[in-house]
Design a protein around this ligand. Sequence first.
Ligand SMILES: Cc1ncc(COP(=O)(O)O)c(C=O)c1O
Length: 361
Amino acid sequence: MTDPIRPMPGIMDIALYQGGAAHVAGITDAVKLSSNENPFGPSAAAKEAFKRAAESLHRYPPTDHSSLREAIGEVHGLDHSRVICGVGSDEIIHLLCQAYAGPSDEVVFTEHGFLMYRISALAAGATPVSVRERDRTTDVDSILAACGPSTKLVFIANPNNPTGTMIGKGELVRLADGLPEHAILVLDGAYAEYVEGYDGGAGLATVRPNVFMTRTFSKIYGLGGLRIGWGYGPKPIIDVLNRIRGPFNLSVAQLAAAEAAMRDRAHVGWCRDENARLRAWLGEALAEKGIPSDCSTANFILARFADEAEATACDTFLQREGLIVRRVAGYGLPNCLRITIGDESACRRVAHAIGQFKGQS
Ligand SMILES: Cc1ncc(COP(=O)(O)O)c(C=O)c1O
């Protein structure tokens, strides 16, 4: 007999999201390079604000997030009435799917795109459509070819996770121009701060009625553990998302820490510079050891191995050395390992260990 209690269509097709591993059995001081976290942590001002928030834990948080939205608006030169804040950018992605896609609608993303696009599309009852990339890079022509009357949302992470590649403004404009007018282009800027001079798509989202940008405090701001993200776009879309957002979705501690983090531009700049320096060093060190990678624009490197067996063996070797990186077979890249840019000592340890692995294989 079939169970009379059944979830909505699509829900049972969702494969559970696996976060980056954090522990290796038997090793107490393993270095975690599996979740693209900021090895330097958040700004001291954010930590102070978080501690101060302990004094008002008995109070409900504001529902309109106005103070955080104003800080975001001031720093990025954006109209704060067009900003929405959520429990990580994951929540914003989820709200977009919930509000704009349902049964018989399609949600388009690239073949090595962030896994939450598929999960959120299925959760909304919509059909996920994965589109080929070209050399692990977003291919605008493939996306446009995949769009039709049923397309409601197109998600592009720029820079992309886990490839680290990105496309330029001209290609983004071509994509926005070519989409059906009933489809929203979502530019996921989770790693935008790592790209000097890139606005994450804010400029396009300011002037286009169908372009939306998502951002996060989990990466360069070093607040992944607190769960805060934001979105910016056309006012009508913000108004829709606010109707289905939980009124108290962000706590007093999240709001206070995020605002302080946003205003500490020196910390952001320092982290960006350090990441760029260490990323270049690690990329070259791996190339010298015969491990190629695409030129990354984010805070990780996608190391390519000869085949899946070599990637798996290297992952096992690194774990024994207390280094946790990310297998990305679930992203359609079984021969690759994604390595977060850690601090200098972590980068040197990874390069050294991969050298030892290659030497013995
Ligand atoms: C491309 C991309 N988008 C969004 C997110 C979600 O970030 P969060 O929910 O922590 O803001 C991530 C996290 O890894 C990501 O890689």
